[in-house]
Ligand binder design. Sequence first.
Ligand code: G3H
Length: 255
Amino acid sequence: PLIKELFGFTDLEKQLARMLNLQKVIVVPGDSDRSDWVKKEMGKAGARLLKQLAHPRQVVAVAGGTTVASVAQMMTATAGLRETTFVPARGGLGETVELEANYIASLMAQKSGGKYRLMHVPDQLSDEAYHTLIREPHIQEMLEILRSARIVVHGVGDAQTMAKRRKSSPDLLEKLKEKGAVGEAFGYYFNAEGEIVHRGHSIGLSLEDLQSVETIIAVAGGSSKAKAVAAVGPVARPDILITDEAAARTILLDL
Ligand code: G3H
């Protein structure tokens, strides 16, 4: 805490929380666009938070991406999390397996000593497949578990970066540009006002479901994500944001 005071981070956290209307903001030093250890520091802060918030027999739903993966990597065996079930917030979104919510949920369980459940749903479902799958008993059961989640941990991405990483069609890339998409979370793309401009067909927690979640934690840093982080509020309604100095300063000074 002393170091933080010296660098004026407490102030940065307070200002950002006020500006984005969040309960709590945690800022780690540096820019995760430039150095990987900054993402690891965000991961550490996330792991610490999950430990502090642990509750008996809770469900924690996690989304995908490298930042939430780094939270998983930093988790350690914790008595308080032994009774926790980690679940993926959504089915496949077109990420490589290490970045998929399923994999990250299992990694969190493995690292913390908790349990996990998986949900095997491919990305890019057709209308027909979506409506068939959603009626499957296994999927129904998973959705029920998901909707009982007490905590949700998710990343936030820059819209174009995410669409490209997920090998989206040129049509979608164009549409996102036209509609002014700046960010992405849970597979939802949104503009600078926090309005959804595109949603995929993946199965899992919907934004409406998030309303019953006790604590929503967003983890995202790097100046390249400043616009996305600044606009995620109305979309996912995070209570706590873990970010880095570069994103925090860009949001406060340049947007
Ligand atoms: O939904 C957001 C993205 O998954 C964020 O991914 O943490 O790898 O930037 P990232």
